[in-house]
Design a protein around this ligand. Sequence first.
Ligand SMILES: [Zn+2]
Length: 349
Amino acid sequence: MDLLVDHHCHGVVRRDLDRAGFEALLTEAAGPAPGTSLFDSAVGDALRRHCAPVLDLPAGAAPEAYLARRAELGHAEVGRRFLGAAGLAAVLVDTGYAPEPLTSPAELAAAAGAEAHEVVRLEAVAEEVAARGITAAGFAGAVREALAGAGAVAFKSVAAYRVGLALGGERPSAADVRAAAGRWFAAGGGRLADEPLHRFLAFTAVDIGLPVQFHTGLGDRDTDLRTGDPLLLAPWLRAVEGSGVPVSLLHCYPFHRHAAYLAQVFPTVHMDLGLATHNVGARAGAVLAEALELCPYGKFLYSSDGFGLPELHFLGATLFREAATADLARRTTENARRVYGPSKGRAPC
Ligand SMILES: [Zn+2]
């Protein structure tokens, strides 16, 4: 089995979970409707089929038996089993979203027997800088300095969640950034949602020279899926392609054919099907085939987007291996090492 580089994932929770807690992390849904279960879905089927045997249960075990066995083993052992079984060479961990304590990149990687790398969320850094009480005039410089010193292997933008992906192709001027920061601070700071500032962050990431990941497509209910189509990012992609800095479009579903088109026509653009792969379960092969209609094989990356449950890191890898040829699986690891690799003095991935 070739080891995969999971180029975008998150930590897992540090606690045992009851049924409601488990279902809350299984999908990005706010919760099941009364009288229904999120196990009763494509991801639930895939979980019972592929994950139950890792906990020594028969494939297809009932949710009650699965959760009882999970509780019996405890979260640390469950994490070791699934992360170890995922077959990973490296994990690139987005540390910018942690509504509760999660495993660190080093802890996640140790459980997986993989190398650890950190992906730093642009907006989280901007919000931290803003919370220091900096002036609007000092904002741009302080953000640049914080990002350059963050020790990241890549940056991630959540512009899709905040203002949508229609970022302009014009670099905001220093005056534009100062004015936008002033408006934001005057409104009390907090959660950033201002198109010129998201655009400033994305240009700053490219200036630093690290790959930039963009959330696109499906996510939780906070994202407006209508403005999460990666095609909206084309003007910005055109503006930065001369830099040669790689851009990775994450998740992409249901716009994976649009992302594949961008990956075909923009030399710097790459894509993955993280989050989508485990959500569509047995349909992972069909969705991958649609992405590969246009996406060149050298531009496709593997990620799980696993968050909270180690099952998701394992399921993503397992369903991807089942859907992809051995050659493509190997290629995604080579692609990740090229995209996030040691060029420009970066730490090797
Ligand atoms: Zn993610």
